[in-house]
Write a protein that binds this ligand. Sequence first.
Ligand code: PLP
Length: 352
Amino acid sequence: MPSEEFVDLRSDTVTLPTEEMLEAIRYAKLGDDVFREDPTVKALEELAAERMGKEAALLVASGTQANLVSLMTNAKRGELVILESESHIYWYEVGGVAAIAGLLPWTVKSQFGALDPADVEAAIRPKNIHFPEPALICVENTHNRHGGTIVRPEQLEAVGRVAKAHGLRLYMDGARVFNAAVALGMDVKEFTRHVDSLMFCLSKGLSCPVGSLVVGTAEFIEKARKNRKILGGGMRQAGVIAAPGIVALEKMVGRLADDHLNAKSLAEGLAKISGVKVDLQRVQTNMVLFNISNLGLTDDQFILKLKENGLLALMHGTNVVRMVTHYGIERKHIEVAIAAVQAVADDANRNS
Ligand SMILES: Cc1ncc(COP(=O)(O)O)c(C=O)c1O
């Protein structure tokens, strides 16, 4: 675990590389990847494409860069992109969709993160001189702001049908798509086959220090490579990033099931605490959201008191706390986390 002092449930991005990853970095064969001479990067990109059932893949620096490169590659400036209203691209990527990709984001609400095809259909307005051209639909899987919820293959398929009917592309921000696949006990290709292109992250539940992959057709990835370059994302001996990525794809996917079990235990434990409300329906993978509005504490007070009890968490919105399980978090840490929330809640309930 990153910190000896705290149980850190802020995010699965806090994970540190495994010993095997560090070894792989040490011995990676390297070259200049802008000249396409890094054999380790090539090996990772081939492996990623194969795992996702697509023709090609491209290593990029982060999930945000993966999304931006993909938006730029999937649509032209001035075109319209349909996004789920709580999506990471819309909320947390500094508006790059507009500021850099030059697209008009058009948001569609959903209850659990999966777009309703009828709502998508309604968002695609007819050809008219007043309207921007719609080019792209984005889905997110698992859905971060909805609490790590899964967009099921049949839901992707249904949105894919709408996209095809209107000649739009379908892209998946699959930062945590392996969590979705492992949770449903399915091959990840069951998800990816319904989208034209996607990205997934190495540096979240898969525990790598850096990196994400954009995946799609060979033609799409050629264009994406140039868009990565314009963003300053052409990396040289990037095999040091790719090497742990190969370890992650080979060794770290199956264990995500442990994170999901731990999240479930955490959610069930928290649900028993007076003043804490957990929406158990949303606990589908490695995230737990819970509401603390009945405790009479401000968000900052709650987070600080958790910290005093040895637990790190993040606020997800007003009165809503997020905890994320990941590599390094074991059963004993879940017990520490529940006890910490219990202590803070007991104290708040006594004083209210
Ligand atoms: C769904 C989703 N997409 C994209 C990102 C961006 O990834 P990064 O932090 O590597 O830029 C995140 C980060 O948490 C995410 O949750």
